[in-house]
Design a protein around this ligand. Structure first.
Ligand code: AMP
Length: 282
């Protein structure tokens, strides 16, 4: 594995593979890698000739009062995980490589970025879409892999790829969970032991919604109530939203008469966590 920090060097390493007609798999991450990331990397490894992973904590997607400085970072561990998973190129740009002085152009995502996480984190999807587009332009991937754990982000990236004619296949990957159901996340490292235990409430609420839906309940209001009751029983959790939306457009719905997704976000102390589950239609 080669570790590269300069965009020009990365491009130079990818170019011969592209010219030889090889496929490039790409997994963009913010590091503090865990099994969730590893599942994306493994899939990308099996489906492509050359595998590029990026680790970049993207300042553009953090608001001024958010946890950019606190965000977990562990480059030696990330490097070891990538070595183990047979990554070819680990791209570790510095902030100045991606946002040099004078940088002044951003992607403006549309409806997919409104509401849900976009409501409380107005910079999130503008920053994420911008960095992903830049990374795509540097890496020229054939396929790029994104986790369904960040469901709204995946919707924003898909929409961007369609709208801006990006020549890349966006590959969605299922959420990897801990034994108690908690969706793996880098921010988990910031939880206290008590907070870690309480964090299972997100997936518990989503499971309750999925179970109620599987038993025939189609009314979104009734499904939400069941989920909110589970969340309300965990005093350490401060909910931000619990919504049930159209699985494709993320538009609000009143009845689960089409594929839907239940999405939840909230805080344990100052640590923000999100999760979601798909609700198939019958
Ligand atoms: P992050 O480093 O958190 O920005 O995540 C990088 C990529 O890994 C994104 O596409 C995430 O959706 C994905 N990812 C993060 N956690 C998980 C998980 N538990 N299961 C599957 N994918 C994940």
């Amino acid at each position: 594995m080669e570790t590269i920090s300069s965009p020009a060097d990365l491009r130079g390493r990818v170019r011969p593979a592209l010219q030889a007609g090889k496929t490039i798999g790409f997994v963009p991450t913010m590091g503090a890698l865990h099994e969730g990331h590893a599942s994306l990397i493994r899939r990308a490894r099996t489906e492509n000739d050359l595998l590029v992973v990026s680790v970049f904590v993207n300042p553009a997607q953090f608001g001024p009062t958010e946890d950019l400085d606190r965000y977990p970072r562990d480059v030696p561990r990330d490097t070891a995980l990538c070595e183990r998973e047979k990554v070819d190129l680990l791209f570790l740009p510095r902030v100045a490589d991606i946002y040099p002085p004078g940088f002044d152009t951003f992607v403006a995502p549309g409806r997919a970025a409104e509401g849900l996480c976009g409501a409380s984190r107005p910079d999130l999807f503008r920053g994420a879409a911008t960095v992903v587009l830049k990374l795509f332009n540097i890496v020229s991937p054939t396929r790029a892999y994104f986790g369904e754990k960040d469901y709204q982000q995946l919707a924003v990236i898909r929409q961007m790829a369609t709208d801006l004619d990006l020549d890349v296949e966006i590959v969605p990957c299922p959420t990897v969970r801990e034994a108690d159901g908690l969706a793996m996340s880098s921010r988990k490292a910031l939880l206290s032991p008590g907070g870690r235990e309480a964090a299972a409430v997100l997936s518990r609420a989503l499971r309750e919604i999925a179970r109620t839906r599987a038993n025939g309940e189609r009314r979104v209001s009734a499904l939400r109530e069941r989920g909110l009751a589970v969340l309300g029983a965990e005093p350490a959790f401060t909910p931000e939203y619990l919504e049930i939306r159209d699985a494709g457009t993320l538009d609000p719905i009143e009845t689960c008469d089409r594929p839907a997704v239940a999405l939840v976000a909230g805080r344990i102390g100052s640590v923000r966590l999100i999760d979601n589950v798909r609700l198939p239609c019958d």
